[in-house]
Each structure stands twice: as C-alpha cells, then as structure tokens.
Design a protein around this ligand. Structure first.
Ligand code: PLP
Length: 460
C-alpha cells in the first residue's frame, strides 16, 4: 500500500515547501497514524514527533475528548457562518474564553481559518485603525528579516524570508524588515563581543537590534509607521531566543513613538514558552496578537487575532462595517475543538507544567548536547529548542551551504526515529506539551545518535 500511495503522491500532489521534482524522484514519507507523541509511517516505523506536527499538536495525537467535541458539534451544527450579525455557541464561548485567558487589556477576537489569515486580518485592522484615527499616512509595518508570518501574499510580505519574496511577488507595499536578534548567526564574534563575558556581548547585540528599529522609524518618519510585528521567539526562522536586553530595548523604542506592537503568537501562544502567551514571558503588552496552531492543538484549522482595547474600541465605536471575513471565521466544529483544547490545558495545568517542570527538564537534558563535536550552541526555552551545527567547534565556523548538513541530519533523524526540523544548519524541536520526562530523555538520545551518524557520514 505504501508504494502505491508514494507513486500517486508523486504523480498528483504538490506539497507545501517542497522541491516538487525532488519529491517525484525520492517519494514522500507516508504517515498513516499517530498516538501520544509518536507518528507512524506506512513502513511500520514509530517516530517521536519532536515538532508536534508543525508546532501545533500540543496535546499529542490521541485526545479522545477533542474527537468527541468535534463529533458532537458536527451532529449539532456542522456549519454556520458568523457574518451579518449571526453567531453560534462555540464561537461565542471560545471568544469569551480566549479573552478571559488573554492579558487584561485584550477583550476581543476576530476569527480566521489559519495563522496566515490572522496576519492578513491584522494588517488590515492596523491600517484601518490609523485611518479611523485620522492618520491614514500611518501605513508602514516594520517586521524582521527571517521572520515567518504565513504564506498568503500579505503573510509572506510580512515575513522576512527572501526566497519567498523572490517567488510569485510583488510583495504587499508598505512593509519593511529590520535585523533579527539572532546572536549565534549575526552577533557572535562580531562588534563588541568579549569572549570572557558572553552575556555582555549578547546584551550589546540585543540593544543593537533595537537601535535598528529606532533607525528605521526615523528613516520612514514616525508619523508614517503603523506597527512593529515580531514573534516573542522567532520560530520557523530557527527557534531564536533573543538576548535578554532585546525586548526591553524594543519596548523603550516603541514607547517613544505612537506605534502599535503586534506580537505573532501563532507558535509561542498556548503554552509553548511556559505562559499562555509568549509575550507574557517577555512582559510585552501587545496591541494585537495573531494566533492559530496550538489553539486547537492542530486537530482542526482555526486562527484569529486577539485585539487589545485601544484598537478594538476604535474599530467598534468609530468604524462602522469592517468589510472583511472568511467563510470559516469561527467555524463551529473548529471552535468546539479549540474550546475543548483550552479546557484540557487548564484542567491538566499544562502551561504551568511547561514553565516549572518540562521546560527546565528539557533545558537540562538538551544542554548536554552542547558537548557534541557538531554542536556550536544548544538553546531552549519552554518546550522549544535549537542546535546550531558547526564545522569547527572552536571557531564556530559553519559548514558550506552546498553540503546541506541540516537536511542530512534531519533525514538521518527521521531514519533514527525522531522528527527534528532543519532550518539551514539549525536543528529545531518543539515537541507536544504532553511529553514526559522519559520521552524527553528518548528525544535527546535520538538526537545524539543522529548527530553521531551525521558526523560519521560527513567524515566518510
Ligand atoms: N505566524 C507564524 C509565527 C507561524 O509560524 C506560522 C506558520 O508556521 C504562521 C503565522 C502561518 O500560519 P498558517 O500556516 O496556519 O497559515
């Protein structure tokens, strides 16, 4: 059965973020089932899913309550929209519950079907907000290089990934990108680094990145800048935890000007960093927060924008009709599953467990990989981690890009029984939030075995 599916897949299926020709030649891996933190493929292999799907299956793959919630809602009301003053219980209850869990100044949500749509919606809301405030010239959104905010035209324009901009453009106008706080790739060994005091040099770098925001605002003119957009920890860019100095310095810059802060919580929201929202870890007070993924534990597609009072009050009091929405905005079955996800997370105290137990445990185990000859840095926060692969441990020199060492390690991982994602030569994990200590131990041993095998193949 596996071979037949592989052949059909290669013949008819265009996969996201995939070299179509290479897939045709090599075939895909067919995933046929899953349970707990494991996925199963058509060859009968059981693989520890170190990525929770695409950073989303936070509750693991066998939560019968989510299935029951979907089934019950399918029977009760499989679909209705939320346009033109209609609503249904799951969307209403979910909106209320999200606003209860969100920081105090956030009391409204606009539902979408995905994180990309959430960022598209956010962009329109931000520009509309300033227009309503009589400042239509406030158009510019400043985001970050190497950020990922989705694959719709606005999503990819907000993202700072050059290969995406190069395909199928042009991008949405009025979006610009500043440098990212990626110390290992762009700060280490440069500028004011002092080898005796790593922390000092990281913090200098964090402040430097915030100065880049100030400089860009000055360049564009503060009166023309609508918002700054960033993830608390850049996820798809490489699980990049900013230096401690970064967010306080960014907040100080934003406080000087009247510019909105948008924090993309699509990955960091719902417990990933040990708080309900990643912005709480960094003590941010965003005006808007796009959300998706973990909201339904990935079981069904749903996203949204959490909207702070300043923006919401203006849209409501001064806005009239907002000509925007999706057929599946607040889809009842997706909303019912999201509501159940939030209920389980609270009942099982999952966010606190990530903060006080699983996150620190992963950190202690993950750090042991730093002694591996291929690893230049091992970092983690909550249940998100990264390894930087290097050709020379002492100098931190990278491998030639043409060697595609990250992809080699990723493929070896899969063979070894672990899903670990590669972004260039950065290896990333983001396991389900229900992972146990024993499974974290297994994940770390599988990662070490894959690193050993990668080193062996590079040497041969
Ligand atoms: N924002 C961030 C930070 C993401 O990581 C992603 C997806 O990975 C998105 C937005 C887009 O979400 P979706 O794939 O649901 O459209």
């Amino acid at each position: 059965a596996g071979e037949r599916l592989k052949a059909l897949d290669a013949r008819h299926h265009l996969h996201p973020f995939t070299d179509f020709k290479q897939l045709g030649e090599q075939g895909s891996r067919i995933i046929t089932g899953a349970s707990g933190v494991y996925i199963h493929d058509a060859d009968g292999q059981r693989i520890l899913d170190g990525m929770a799907g695409l950073w989303c299956v936070n509750l693991g793959y066998d939560q019968p309550e989510l299935v029951a919630a979907a089934s019950q809602q399918m029977t009760q009301l499989p679909y209705y929209n939320t346009f033109f003053k209609t609503a249904h219980p799951p969307a209403i209850e979910l909106a209320a519950e999200l606003c209860r869990l969100a920081p105090e100044h956030i009391n409204h949500v606009f539902f979408t079907g995905s994180g990309s749509e959430a960022n598209d919606s956010m962009l329109r809301m931000v520009r509309r907000f300033w227009a309503l405030k009589g400042k239509p010239e406030k158009q510019w959104i400043i985001a970050r290089e190497n950020g990922y905010h989705g694959s719709t035209v606005a999503g990819m324009s907000l993202g700072g990934m050059a290969p995406m901009h190069a395909q199928g453009g042009p991008c949405v106008p009025g979006i610009t990108h500043i440098r990212q706080p990626y110390w290992f790739a762009e700060g280490r060994g440069k500028g004011s680094e002092s080898p005796e005091s790593d922390t000092h040099s990281r913090d200098d770098f964090g402040r430097l990145c915030a100065e880049a925001l100030d400089a860009r605002i000055q360049e564009l003119g503060p009166d023309n800048v609508a918002a700054f957009l960033a993830e608390p920890v850049q996820g798809a860019g490489g699980a990049i935890m900013p230096p401690d100095s970064y967010w306080p310095a960014i907040k100080a810059v934003l406080a000087k000007y009247d510019i909105l802060l948008v924090v993309d919580e699509v990955i960091c929201g719902f417990g990933r960093l040990g708080e309900w929202f990643g912005s709480q870890h960094y003590d941010l007070k965003p005006d808007l927060m796009p959300i998706a993924k973990g909201l339904s534990s990935g079981y069904l597609p749903i996203g949204g924008v959490l909207v702070g009072d300043r923006v919401a009050d203006t849209l409501i009091e001064e806005g009239g009709e907002f000509f925007h929405g999706f057929t599946y905005s607040g889809h009842p079955v997706c909303a019912a599953v999201a509501l159940k996800t939030l209920e389980i997370m609270q009942r099982e105290d999952i966010v606190t467990r990530v903060r006080d137990d699983l996150g620190p445990y992963l950190a202690s185990r993950w750090a042991t990989l730093a002694d591996h000859p291929l690893v230049g840095e091992a970092r983690s926060l909550g249940l998100m981690g990264a390894l930087e692969l290097v050709a020379d441990k002492a100098s931190g020199e990278r491998f030639a890009t043409s060697l595609a060492v990250g992809n080699l390690c990723r493929d070896i991982c899969f063979e070894t029984g672990l899903v670990m994602r590669s972004v260039g030569d950065t290896m990333i994990i983001s396991p389900p939030l229900v992972i146990t200590h024993e499974q974290i131990d297994a994940l770390v041993s599988l990662a070490r075995a894959a690193l050993d095998e990668t080193a062996r193949q590079l040497a041969s």
